[in-house]
Design a binder for this molecule. Structure first.
Ligand code: AQP
Length: 365
């Protein structure tokens, strides 16, 4: 596995990250404590996962787990309430998500996995952190701007979402958070709040660092509009390949993916974003570079190339789909996994919350 610094360099993420962190330069006190490396990450039960979530998050989580990292994962159900939703559907989504994570290779014995709402310390820390965070800072975040533009009534929860995200990782004293490029600014807020808290109340939290994929996994694009990322909540189902799509559905969606009028298969994300997206996905499926994919595709036009990509995607995804179906038949088991995860996560969270309450001056009993 390549080191964090080379991952960041290879994506020019250092530039972006430095640019972001210098904006928070009024909290300049350096970190003094050496924190043990701990990875925490979550995912929302807003619908069946797509290959963006898979390559950008879950597959990388499994690799971290398998390389012996200290990892904790959670299902961010409180976050999924920040946009309009149906309670019965949310409940189903939670079962589907835990089944999907297990089917993808998350092993609850190695990596605790829990449901965010079952560890109420997340929400409590969110409140404390919200008393350190200004409204202008939250209103600048791009995810808030994008999502608030989609609804008529903007709930306060949507506004507070990034503070809860900060609490999610800080309550477990995470040092590193794997994420896609879309999450970088939210994560920068978490680091900013950790620094502010440490400066004001004494060193309590590690200053979190992002782990971004070194390849195309950081931003898998929509098959219908390659300027946008694939998203669970995109109303157009044809924009994404989900982990429960049948082989037939995968073939149809890839066949209809937007490309351009050049028939050759090349990798040029700027000039040919649609084709580059397909080549990038294919490189992730086969674990090779995009250039190797282009070399193998020599002589094929994009139409024929799509058939090859679709076959390879089906080979990767179909076993996962079948495992999801199996896990979904055993809901007691899925609940037991989440209860075990809750028991582990609650202990760490309660220890942190006690320390935080002591530092901020509210634990007199
Ligand atoms: N298109 C993507 N490419 C790469 N990574 C992606 N992620 C999401 N979309 C892509 C990564 O998946 C993880 C979980 O995300 P989430 O479910 O918590 O929220 P999200 O980023 O908002 O994901 P979606 O699919 O777009 O969901 P909705 O539509 O509900 O908002 C994160 O690590 C994210 O970077």
């Amino acid at each position: 596995m390549r080191g964090l610094s080379s991952l960041l360099k290879s994506n020019n993420i250092y530039g972006k990250w430095n640019q972001l962190t210098t904006k928070a330069s009024y909290c300049t006190k350096p970190e003094t404590k050496q924190w043990p490396r701990k990875i925490v990450s979550g995912i929302q039960p807003t619908g069946i996962l797509h290959i963006g979530n898979y390559f950008g998050a879950v597959q990388r989580w499994v690799k971290m787990q398998e390389s012996g990292e200290n990892v904790t994962f959670f299902i961010a159900d409180l976050h999924s309430m920040t946009m309009p939703y149906e309670p019965a559907k949310l409940r189903e989504n939670i079962y589907e998500l835990i089944a999907t994570l297990l089917a993808c290779g998350i092993d609850s014995k190695k990596s605790p996995i829990f449901l965010q709402s079952t560890v109420p310390q997340h929400a409590e820390l969110c409140w404390i952190l919200s008393c350190l965070c200004t409204m202008p800072r939250l209103s600048q975040l791009p995810q808030f701007k994008e999502k608030s533009a989609q609804v008529r009534d903007v709930w306060a929860g949507l506004f507070m979402y990034p503070v809860l995200q900060a609490a999610d990782v800080l309550i477990h004293k995470a040092t590193h958070v794997p994420c896609g490029e879309d999450q970088l600014q939210q994560l920068q807020l978490a680091s900013h709040l950790a620094k502010l808290f440490n400066n004001r109340f004494g060193e309590t939290f590690p200053v979190i660092k992002p782990i971004i994929g070194q390849d195309a996994s950081g931003r898998i694009r929509s098959l219908r509009d390659p300027t946008k990322k694939q998203s669970k909540s995109d109303p157009n189902d044809k924009s994404r390949i989900t982990l429960r799509d049948s082989p037939d559905a995968i073939r149809k969606k890839i066949k209809r993916a937007i490309t351009d009028f050049t028939s050759e298969v090349t990798y040029d994300p700027t000039k040919r974003p649609g084709v580059a997206n397909l080549v990038g996905i294919h490189a992730l499926v086969k674990n090779v570079s995009p250039q190797e994919i282009c070399n193998e595709a020599k002589g094929l036009d994009t139409g024929k190339y799509k058939l090859v990509l679709a076959d390879d995607l089906v080979n990767l995804l179909d076993p996962i789909r079948l495992k999801i179906e199996d896990y979904l038949k055993n809901r007691d088991y899925l609940e037991a996994v989440l209860k075990d995860g809750r028991d582990v996560a609650s202990q760490t969270a309660e220890t942190t919350l006690k320390e935080v309450k002591h530092r901020v001056g509210v634990n007199i009993l």
